[in-house]
Design a protein around this ligand. Structure first.
Ligand code: SF4
Ligand code: SF4
Length: 382
């Protein structure tokens, strides 16, 4: 397992983590087997958005006796009413549901208290300008939650939430299909059939701004919907006309700035094994560039996708990392100290580029790497 910092929280999480949907309909024994396999393979992080008492109890019993060292992200505002899931902003309902979650998990605290998803402007205001956020803050003050998170599919809302300074962790839908699409209050639009008929050009700027903002502010992103509901894994359903493998889709998400972990919604031990394959995959197996480039309806030009396809460089430069720091600094309009320091720690710097152009021949996205290296060298003075 590869462990990463979950932003500024100080928590270290495995890059491959669990969603909770796979525990639906599982017996205690089956849930225990899944958790055994996950923990034995280094997984230490789970997201629990489910309000279904059976799912919560199955996870709780499967974690019995090994709660310490396990990082739980539990949702606040996901309720169970009349035998069904419902999102709520009613504080009394949210409180009852959250207390139920703690009871069923057999714990008195969780590490990340995740405000259950917000995609609409009106809902954002309901949360952050009312009693709801006061309740969430009180949970943090009492130590019942270690930090505050928010889940969203809308980069505009997610950005507003991050800009409050209250949110340390963002759960966001990250995959190359959604990354090309403009923000929308209606999450259904992300996977509507019409979307796949349109043409797209480059990353949606609002998503890019969000990732870079999170990286700058130390807000850790954990990823949902990494496979776009499975569409990305099937050539006939993917907007790229080619299938990504699970490892490629995970690597795409894990290469975005600020992303710490992918919450894989595995339903079986075998699916957990498939997600874990990312940890030992070779660079060739992780390479998503071939699927995303040369697609008629989707063009990415001049824009670094951090895919690493341009390697090797005769001077040992890791172009993707240089570009990542360059983009972070450019987005900020100045070079933040943290970015400067991270850049300085790279084993090789842009100033070492001899402009041989070998990288540009290999870049599937037409990035003018030589120009970028010059720019980075000027900006960082190194
Ligand atoms: S410069 Fe091109 S090949 Fe290199 S990481 Fe960026 S997109 Fe990939
Ligand atoms: S142009 Fe610069 S960054 Fe690209 S391969 Fe040559 S030396 Fe490396």
């Amino acid at each position: 397992m590869i462990y990463r910092q979950l932003g500024r929280t100080g928590i270290k999480v495995g890059a491959v983590a669990l969603g909770c949907e796979g525990f639906t309909g599982k017996t205690e024994q089956q849930a225990r087997e899944m958790m055994d396999f996950a923990i034995n393979n280094g997984i230490n992080f789970i997201d629990i958005y489910a309000s279904d008492p059976k799912v919560r109890s199955a996870i709780g019993t499967s974690l019995r006796g090994r709660r310490d060292g396990f990082v739980i992200q539990g949702h606040i505002g996901s309720a169970w009413k009349n035998g069904q899931y419902e999102r709520t902003r009613d504080v009394a309902e949210a409180k009852a549901s959250f207390e139920d979650l703690l009871n069923r998990l057999e714990t008195d605290h969780i590490e990340v208290g995740m405000i259950h998803y917000s995609d609409e402007e009106a809902d954002y205001h309901r949360i952050f300008e009312g009693e709801f956020i006061e309740y969430v803050k009180s949970l943090k003050e009492s130590g019942t939650i270690g930090c505050i998170g928010l889940s969203s599919h809308n980069p505009i809302i997610a950005r507003k939430a991050v800009e409050t300074g209250l949110v340390d962790v963002l759960m966001f839908s990250v995959n190359p299909c959604y990354d090309m699409q403009p923000p929308n209050e209606d999450v259904e639009q992300l996977w509507a059939d019409e979307v796949y008929e349109r043409s797209f050009h480059n990353l949606d700027p609002d998503r890019e701004i969000l990732y870079e903002l999170c990286a700058r502010e130390g807000v850790g992103i954990d990823v949902m919907k990494v496979f776009a509901g499975g569409d990305l894994l099937k050539a006939d359903l993917s907007m790229f006309g080619k299938a990504l493998t699970p490892v490629q889709a995970m690597d795409y998400a894990l290469s975005r700035p600020a992303v710490a972990a992918v919450m894989a919604g595995c339903k079986t031990v075998d699916e957990i094994r498939q997600a874990l394959a990312w940890c030992d995959a070779s660079d060739a197996e992780k390479d998503y560039a071939g699927v995303l480039s040369n697609v008629e309806k989707c063009t990415w030009s001049g824009h670094c996708m951090y895919c690493g396809h341009c390697a090797p460089c005769p001077k040992g430069l890791t172009v993707a990392n240089v570009n990542k720091f360059l983009n972070l600094a450019l987005a900020q309009g100045e070079v933040p100290e943290t970015v400067r320091e991270h850049y300085r720690l790279l084993p090789h710097h842009a100033s070492e580029c001899i402009a041989c152009g070998a990288c540009e021949k290999r870049c599937p996205f037409g990035v003018p790497v030589r120009e970028k290296m010059k720019q980075a060298s000027r900006l960082f003075g190194l």
